[in-house]
Design a protein around this ligand. Structure first.
Ligand SMILES: [Zn+2]
Length: 197
């Protein structure tokens, strides 16, 4: 079977309930899953993301796309199915952002090193180690699959300061969900390209 061609999908925004729900494990690598992998890679590349979780494009399955180059690691983008963080070490504070929460960046503490186990797109078990920014990408993305956003790690005070912007994003999500538009405005609004996951 040839690989399906990926499509650039709409990334759902803060306010969409799917971002707060746990994704379901993939039990079989069906045509639907293979298409999802292709769509994730295309969408991540189109948005210059460092990583992308399937529920960010409205598919509640435990699948991630990872872009190591965005984290200065020389490797091609890839997908991992049913990822689990099996070990973590150290702690680093650094600013990060999220493709589903455009325009908001804040400091979150993440492990310095993680070991991740999962399946490759052929369904073979893989285990890999990531450090620094790539470790941050993996924890941010596996959080997504558990229905957790990076802003869920912020203090109540900090969230209060961000509340106006968060309300704006919620409104934008409503409009986009109704019109199914892939907002050109969103790209401009983001401006700051780096560090979005
Ligand atoms: Zn994110």
């Amino acid at each position: 079977m040839s690989d399906p061609v990926g499509q650039n999908r709409r990334i759902i925004l803060y306010g969409n309930p799917m971002l707060h729900q746990k994704a379901t494990a993939v039990e079989e690598i069906t045509g639907h899953v293979r298409k999802l992998l292709a769509d994730l890679e295309v969408t991540m590349a189109a948005q210059d993301g460092l990583g992308l979780a399937a529920n960010q494009i409205g598919e509640p399955l435990t699948v991630l796309a990872i872009n190591p180059r965005g984290a200065d690691v020389d490797a091609q983008p890839y997908c991992i199915i049913n990822p689990r963080i099996v070990a973590r070490e150290g702690e680093v504070e650094r600013e990060e952002g999220c493709l589903s929460i455009p325009g908001i960046y804040d400091v979150v503490s993440r492990p310095e090193l993680v070991r991740v186990a999962g399946l490759n797109p052929d369904g073979k078990p893989v285990e890999l180690e990531a450090t620094g920014l790539l470790a941050r990408v993996f924890t941010h993305e596996t959080d997504h699959l558990n229905g957790v956003l990076f802003i869920d790690h912020l203090s109540k005070t900090r969230l209060q300061l961000l509340s106006t912007r968060l309300e704006e994003i919620k409104k934008q999500e409503k409009i986009e969900a109704e019109s199914k538009s892939q907002g050109a405005e969103r790209k401009m609004q983001n401006g700051q390209k780096a560090k979005r996951l």
